[in-house]
Design a protein around this ligand. Structure first.
Ligand code: KG4
Ligand code: ZN
Length: 379
């Protein structure tokens, strides 16, 4: 069963084709990230307009990669680079490409309402006009399903480092993104519970805010990670939140502690405005703060995951979401865990549509009336 997935919940417009929930046939992502950098975060109206501009070429690109025999020879500008050609390239035998698609899956939420609407309306229209079943997918659940993609077609333009085997139930999942920090226990595909989540900021959000304090570019995850490489994590002491439930998280105190440490390092008190801090700190000081923050945040994630592993004895632990791209997190988890640790290729950690198509295959969340598929921003 070949499913076309469509994802547009935030700033990535993505389409992908996945066969039987595990084989990646086509994967296209265009990001409007460049347009948001100047604002230090995603601007919903700009994101929605960008989705509208690129969603059809992105879908064409995914179909082309999946089904066109000469995909290899084509000049590809969407994958990785996030650049869209000015003119839409012609798709020969488009009806042939569509005839090979068995169903369409789209993100229903959570996400930005204007962004979600573009994906959902496109998917609805295509399902109706092409006569395909339509599936509505939960974006957060879907991040974990990136780990079920264990094979990629050899004709894909990019290479993928995929998990060596599919996850085995029971599965412990650490879902870490810009909006979510959750520990999940999956007994089976449709039988899962949330062991704990963050009480305040998501860990990706904390990365983004720390980047802002240090004057590092958005998105904060990769830039704090990069700065931390040159820093000494022992120079600044930061507190790890202590909570009654060992599977819960809290990152807002850590973020404030970073602000206070940065003010102290700059020789100022708590009244010093945070927007002036980047100019008052040396690169070395920024690197030390980034390294301490990263060490403390990763330790909180690893401690909770290791405690849940000891209690629930999963056969697999999986990592998912944008922060799963973080190397220190992967390394520290691998050191502490006994069960095999799986994580997706970096291109499938951050928002993508392959995870949406894979989830649809395993959960079959069919929408009986495609005219009625609604978006659910707070799903
Ligand atoms: O899953 P995702 O692409 O979007 C959401 O659904 O939120 O996650 C984006 C988040 C951002 O907060 C970004 O700063 C973080 O993932 N991120 C990272 C890294 N790469 C992206 N955080 C830490 N280390 C990274 N290397
Ligand atoms: Zn996401």
């Amino acid at each position: 069963m070949k499913i076309l997935g469509i994802e547009s919940s935030a700033d990535e417009t993505a389409a992908a084709v996945v066969e039987d929930g595990y084989k990646l046939l086509g994967n296209a992502v265009a990001s409007s990230l460049d347009l948001h950098i100047a604002f230090g975060g995603i601007v919903p109206e700009i994101a929605a307009r960008s989705h509208l501009e690129v969603i059809l070429p992105v879908i064409d690109e995914a179909l082309w990669q999946a089904f066109s025999p000469d995909a290899e020879d084509r000049e590809l500008s969407i994958e990785n680079g996030g650049k869209i050609p000015n003119s839409q390239f012609p798709i020969p035998n488009s009806s042939d490409l569509w005839s090979q698609i068995d169903a369409i899956a789209v993100t229903q939420g959570p996400g930005l309402i204007g962004s979600l609407l573009i994906g959902a309306l496109t998917a609805r229209t295509l399902a109706i006009t092409k006569g395909k079943p339509l599936y509505g997918v939960n974006h957060v659940l879907a991040h974990a399903y990136a780990n079920f993609i264990t094979e990629a077609s050899s004709s894909l333009p990019a290479t993928y480092l995929l998990p060596p085997t599919a996850p085995k139930f029971p599965i412990l999942g650490l879902i870490v993104s810009g909006g979510h920090t959750q520990l999940m226990l999956y007994k089976n595909h449709k039988d899962y519970e949330m062991l704990g989540q963050t009480r305040d900021d998501a860990v990706g959000e904390a990365y983004d805010k720390v980047a802002k304090i240090l004057g590092l570019p958005y998105p904060g995850g990769p830039s704090v990670d990069r700065a931390a490489a040159d820093g000494d994590p022992l120079v600044v002491k930061l507190p790890q939140a202590k909570l009654d439930n060992p599977y819960e998280f809290s990152f807002s105190g850590l973020k404030t502690a970073v602000l206070r440490a940065a003010q102290a390092m700059a020789g100022q008190d708590y009244t010093f405005p945070s927007y002036e801090l980047p100019h008052a700190l040396t690169d070395k000081q920024k690197a030390d703060i980034a390294a301490s923050f990263q060490k403390t945040a990763v330790k909180a994630l690893v401690d909770a995951t290791a405690a849940a592993e000891a209690e629930f004895k999963p056969k697999t632990v999986l990592l998912a979401g944008g922060v799963a791209a973080n190397r220190l997190l992967r390394e520290e988890l691998a050191k502490r865990l006994k069960a095999p640790l799986l994580y997706p290729d970096i291109k499938l950690c951050t928002d993508n549509a392959a995870m949406i198509a894979a989830t649809a295959f395993w959960l079959k969340p069919k929408q009986d009336n495609p005219y009625k598929l609604a978006v659910i921003p707070n799903l």
